[in-house]
Design a protein. Structure first.
Length: 208
Protein backbone atom coordinates (compact mmCIF):
# COMPACT_ATOMS: atom_id res chain seq x y z
CA UNK A 1 0.00 0.00 0.00
CA UNK A 2 1.50 3.35 -0.98
CA UNK A 3 1.87 6.09 1.68
CA UNK A 4 -0.83 8.30 0.18
CA UNK A 5 -3.39 5.48 0.26
CA UNK A 6 -2.41 4.48 3.79
CA UNK A 7 -2.68 8.07 5.00
CA UNK A 8 -6.07 8.34 3.34
CA UNK A 9 -7.34 5.22 5.08
CA UNK A 10 -6.07 6.49 8.43
CA UNK A 11 -7.85 9.80 7.96
CA UNK A 12 -11.06 8.06 6.93
CA UNK A 13 -10.89 5.76 9.96
CA UNK A 14 -10.34 8.65 12.32
CA UNK A 15 -13.14 10.63 10.69
CA UNK A 16 -15.56 7.76 11.20
CA UNK A 17 -14.47 7.34 14.80
CA UNK A 18 -15.13 11.02 15.45
CA UNK A 19 -18.42 11.19 13.55
CA UNK A 20 -20.37 11.27 16.79
CA UNK A 21 -18.60 14.53 17.61
CA UNK A 22 -18.90 16.20 14.23
CA UNK A 23 -22.64 15.90 13.78
CA UNK A 24 -23.23 18.35 16.61
CA UNK A 25 -20.93 21.09 15.31
CA UNK A 26 -22.20 23.92 13.13
CA UNK A 27 -20.55 27.00 11.70
CA UNK A 28 -21.66 30.13 13.59
CA UNK A 29 -23.09 33.00 11.58
CA UNK A 30 -22.61 36.65 12.50
CA UNK A 31 -21.10 37.85 15.77
CA UNK A 32 -22.36 36.40 19.03
CA UNK A 33 -21.32 37.63 22.47
CA UNK A 34 -22.14 35.33 25.36
CA UNK A 35 -21.11 34.77 28.96
CA UNK A 36 -20.98 31.24 30.35
CA UNK A 37 -19.92 29.88 33.72
CA UNK A 38 -17.25 27.60 32.27
CA UNK A 39 -13.94 28.42 30.62
CA UNK A 40 -11.62 26.23 28.52
CA UNK A 41 -8.70 24.47 30.18
CA UNK A 42 -5.27 25.21 28.78
CA UNK A 43 -3.26 22.03 28.23
CA UNK A 44 0.47 21.67 27.60
CA UNK A 45 -0.21 20.06 24.22
CA UNK A 46 -2.33 23.01 23.04
CA UNK A 47 -0.42 25.24 20.61
CA UNK A 48 0.58 28.53 22.27
CA UNK A 49 1.13 31.60 20.08
CA UNK A 50 2.55 34.84 21.42
CA UNK A 51 4.16 35.75 24.75
CA UNK A 52 3.68 32.97 27.31
CA UNK A 53 3.56 35.33 30.30
CA UNK A 54 1.15 37.73 28.58
CA UNK A 55 -1.52 39.41 30.68
CA UNK A 56 -4.33 38.41 28.27
CA UNK A 57 -4.89 34.82 27.12
CA UNK A 58 -7.33 34.14 24.28
CA UNK A 59 -8.45 30.57 23.63
CA UNK A 60 -9.30 30.05 19.96
CA UNK A 61 -11.46 27.14 18.82
CA UNK A 62 -10.58 27.15 15.13
CA UNK A 63 -10.85 25.20 11.89
CA UNK A 64 -8.43 25.85 9.04
CA UNK A 65 -11.02 25.11 6.34
CA UNK A 66 -13.63 27.53 7.71
CA UNK A 67 -13.56 30.88 5.93
CA UNK A 68 -14.72 32.78 9.02
CA UNK A 69 -12.20 30.96 11.19
CA UNK A 70 -9.43 31.75 8.72
CA UNK A 71 -10.35 35.42 8.82
CA UNK A 72 -10.24 35.42 12.63
CA UNK A 73 -6.84 33.69 12.52
CA UNK A 74 -5.61 36.51 10.29
CA UNK A 75 -6.95 39.11 12.73
CA UNK A 76 -5.28 37.37 15.65
CA UNK A 77 -2.00 37.26 13.74
CA UNK A 78 -2.16 41.02 13.16
CA UNK A 79 -3.03 41.53 16.81
CA UNK A 80 -0.09 39.43 17.97
CA UNK A 81 2.29 41.36 15.73
CA UNK A 82 1.35 44.61 17.48
CA UNK A 83 0.60 43.48 21.04
CA UNK A 84 3.05 41.86 23.46
CA UNK A 85 0.54 41.40 26.28
CA UNK A 86 -1.62 38.86 24.42
CA UNK A 87 -1.18 35.16 23.79
CA UNK A 88 -3.43 32.78 21.87
CA UNK A 89 -4.10 29.18 22.81
CA UNK A 90 -5.38 27.14 19.87
CA UNK A 91 -8.01 24.41 20.19
CA UNK A 92 -8.79 22.22 17.18
CA UNK A 93 -12.47 22.26 16.23
CA UNK A 94 -12.61 20.57 12.81
CA UNK A 95 -15.90 19.76 11.11
CA UNK A 96 -15.76 17.16 8.36
CA UNK A 97 -19.47 17.57 7.72
CA UNK A 98 -18.69 21.01 6.27
CA UNK A 99 -15.44 20.08 4.53
CA UNK A 100 -13.99 16.58 4.15
CA UNK A 101 -10.43 17.95 4.54
CA UNK A 102 -11.13 19.54 7.92
CA UNK A 103 -9.77 16.72 10.07
CA UNK A 104 -6.81 15.95 7.79
CA UNK A 105 -5.82 19.63 7.88
CA UNK A 106 -6.04 19.70 11.68
CA UNK A 107 -3.81 16.62 11.93
CA UNK A 108 -1.24 18.13 9.56
CA UNK A 109 -1.11 21.35 11.58
CA UNK A 110 -0.72 19.40 14.80
CA UNK A 111 2.25 17.62 13.26
CA UNK A 112 3.74 20.96 12.29
CA UNK A 113 3.29 21.90 15.96
CA UNK A 114 5.55 18.98 16.85
CA UNK A 115 8.27 20.86 14.94
CA UNK A 116 7.40 24.27 16.43
CA UNK A 117 5.68 25.54 13.30
CA UNK A 118 2.00 25.23 14.15
CA UNK A 119 0.86 28.83 13.63
CA UNK A 120 2.75 29.31 10.37
CA UNK A 121 1.34 26.03 9.08
CA UNK A 122 -2.20 26.85 10.21
CA UNK A 123 -2.11 30.26 8.54
CA UNK A 124 -0.84 28.66 5.32
CA UNK A 125 -3.72 26.18 5.45
CA UNK A 126 -6.26 28.98 5.77
CA UNK A 127 -4.80 30.69 2.71
CA UNK A 128 -5.15 27.48 0.66
CA UNK A 129 -8.37 26.14 2.15
CA UNK A 130 -10.03 25.88 -1.27
CA UNK A 131 -7.44 23.42 -2.58
CA UNK A 132 -6.48 21.37 0.48
CA UNK A 133 -5.23 17.85 -0.03
CA UNK A 134 -2.15 15.66 0.26
CA UNK A 135 -0.05 17.74 -2.13
CA UNK A 136 -0.84 20.95 -0.25
CA UNK A 137 -0.03 19.44 3.16
CA UNK A 138 3.32 18.24 1.86
CA UNK A 139 4.05 21.49 0.03
CA UNK A 140 3.42 23.63 3.12
CA UNK A 141 5.63 21.34 5.19
CA UNK A 142 8.42 21.70 2.65
CA UNK A 143 8.06 25.49 2.55
CA UNK A 144 8.51 25.57 6.33
CA UNK A 145 11.50 23.21 6.18
CA UNK A 146 9.79 20.58 8.31
CA UNK A 147 11.55 17.23 8.60
CA UNK A 148 9.79 15.11 6.01
CA UNK A 149 9.99 11.72 7.72
CA UNK A 150 8.98 13.07 11.11
CA UNK A 151 6.05 14.94 9.61
CA UNK A 152 4.89 11.87 7.70
CA UNK A 153 5.19 9.56 10.70
CA UNK A 154 3.36 12.05 12.92
CA UNK A 155 0.39 12.19 10.56
CA UNK A 156 0.03 8.42 10.94
CA UNK A 157 0.11 8.63 14.76
CA UNK A 158 -3.36 8.05 16.21
CA UNK A 159 -2.39 9.96 19.37
CA UNK A 160 -2.67 13.15 17.31
CA UNK A 161 -6.28 12.32 16.49
CA UNK A 162 -6.84 11.62 20.18
CA UNK A 163 -5.67 15.14 21.08
CA UNK A 164 -8.05 16.58 18.51
CA UNK A 165 -10.91 14.43 19.80
CA UNK A 166 -10.23 15.80 23.28
CA UNK A 167 -10.53 19.41 22.12
CA UNK A 168 -13.73 18.62 20.22
CA UNK A 169 -15.17 17.05 23.38
CA UNK A 170 -14.08 20.05 25.44
CA UNK A 171 -15.74 22.39 22.97
CA UNK A 172 -18.97 20.44 23.11
CA UNK A 173 -18.86 20.43 26.92
CA UNK A 174 -18.60 24.23 26.69
CA UNK A 175 -21.47 24.37 24.16
CA UNK A 176 -19.21 25.76 21.43
CA UNK A 177 -21.44 25.90 18.34
CA UNK A 178 -18.55 25.85 15.89
CA UNK A 179 -15.41 27.59 14.66
CA UNK A 180 -14.49 30.35 15.08
CA UNK A 181 -15.13 30.82 18.78
CA UNK A 182 -12.85 32.81 21.08
CA UNK A 183 -12.73 32.73 24.86
CA UNK A 184 -11.25 35.25 27.27
CA UNK A 185 -11.77 33.57 30.60
CA UNK A 186 -15.42 32.51 30.59
CA UNK A 187 -16.46 35.21 28.12
CA UNK A 188 -16.80 34.18 24.50
CA UNK A 189 -17.36 35.63 21.06
CA UNK A 190 -18.11 33.63 17.91
CA UNK A 191 -18.75 34.06 14.21
CA UNK A 192 -17.29 36.40 11.60
CA UNK A 193 -15.42 39.30 13.22
CA UNK A 194 -13.81 42.57 12.26
CA UNK A 195 -10.72 43.90 14.01
CA UNK A 196 -12.95 46.45 15.71
CA UNK A 197 -15.27 43.68 16.98
CA UNK A 198 -12.28 41.83 18.38
CA UNK A 199 -10.65 44.82 20.04
CA UNK A 200 -13.91 46.09 21.56
CA UNK A 201 -14.69 42.64 22.96
CA UNK A 202 -11.22 42.22 24.47
CA UNK A 203 -11.19 45.70 26.01
CA UNK A 204 -14.71 45.39 27.42
CA UNK A 205 -14.02 41.93 28.83
CA UNK A 206 -10.72 42.93 30.44
CA UNK A 207 -12.30 46.02 32.01
CA UNK A 208 -15.11 44.05 33.68
Amino acid sequence: MNPRTRNGLIVIGIALALLAFFVFITEPEGVTFTSEKNAPTVQDEDPHIGTEDAEITLVFFGDAVSEASGEVAGLLNRLLENETNIQVIFKDYPNNSLNEESLAAAIAARCAHAQDAFWEYHLALTEQREVLGEEVYTSIAESLDLKENSFKKCREDLDIASYIADTIQEGQDLAVAGAPTLFLGSQRISGSLSMNDLEVWINSTVSE
